[in-house]
Ligand binder design. Sequence first.
Ligand code: SF4
Ligand code: SF4
Length: 394
Amino acid sequence: MDRSKVIVIPCDSYDEEKVYSALKKGLLELGGLKSIVKPEEKILVKPNLLSAAIPDKAVTTHPSVLKAVYRLLSECGCENVKSGDSPGHGSCEGAMKLLGLNDDTMYGAKLTPMSENVHVDFSDGITCKEFDFCKEVVESDAIINVCKMKTHALERITGAVKNVYGFVCGYRKAAGHVKFPNDTVFARMLADIHRCTHPRLHIMDGIIAMEGNGPGAGTPTPMNVTLISEDPVALDTVYCYLINLDPELVPTNSQGCRMGIGTDKEDEIEIILCDPDESNTGTSGHIINKNELFEKYGNADFDVGREKPKNTFLMKYSGFMTKLARRPVIDKEKCVKCGICVDHCPVPGKAVEFKNGKSSPPVYDYKKCIRCYCCQEMCPQHAIRPVRGPFRRH
Ligand code: SF4
Ligand code: SF4
């Protein structure tokens, strides 16, 4: 059986030439980009644009990584390349502008707003049989998923598997959190998005990653790697190896593997370490195991949730156990009472509200809260943090 290849290319800066060389060299290990896309195809390059943020914040895929992808596609003769995301808050254009990306800097790729919705029936769906996707997702022949190495309050990490949630158009994302209200079913829905859309290639920007209170309010931390794979689960599994996190604790890995979009099994993954500085123009990678990889590039102190779930069965299926999950808490000193958390709470009747008027921070109703952490993701002041402890009320 062929093992899933995950290419790891060390890269210690966002210097555009360095990143371009790293990705070009890494792609050779998969036969080159020309073996993955055809010049005549309509291609969508999907970054992680969670919200508008300058590159140094590590909230979004770094523009140097995106520019390298656009440039490589241009060199393959691909002339019909679009790129965009459907951010949870704000516009795609606003997020791309802060990254310095526009039609003049994208090597012929066109910025696309990802704001028009197309309903898609997916009878083969295992957990989800219909989606509201952005039009560009449906219209493209091939999707290149350019994700960011970050932590995530619901799924522990966000990487290649999670990044496809941006295919769901705009505010409709909120409804998905209500319909799939815990980490396991949400991960299964994400796997169905992969089964429906089949992104062809996954590239991870892990040069500066985000640890801690991700995906929007964590701390940038250098990991100095880029990862490439055609298997999103294998890629995220190798990301877990690098941060000393058991891959099986990540629902997007375990459910993605069960639903057939990739593998999280060590003996089914081939890790290829690639040296981008080698002067030869051919392949330069060699196979290494996860321990060798960790020794060279791992970070045992990476701030990510490593605790084991207390009761796997109940965590998956019981609403009661939701109450035992970490609950969002507002830091009153940081809160500017903008109400963005209230706007983004997907629960009917809202689980966070201005109960004491708009001159005081919003207040949670933890009985209603489904722990989707949309409020934490969207708070522009980084004032919300998931906190362990089930029964505290404020
Ligand atoms: S989004 Fe953040 S800053 Fe705005 S009201 Fe909510 S907690 Fe306060
Ligand atoms: S209060 Fe926050 S975590 Fe709770 S349901 Fe609303 S958005 Fe999700």
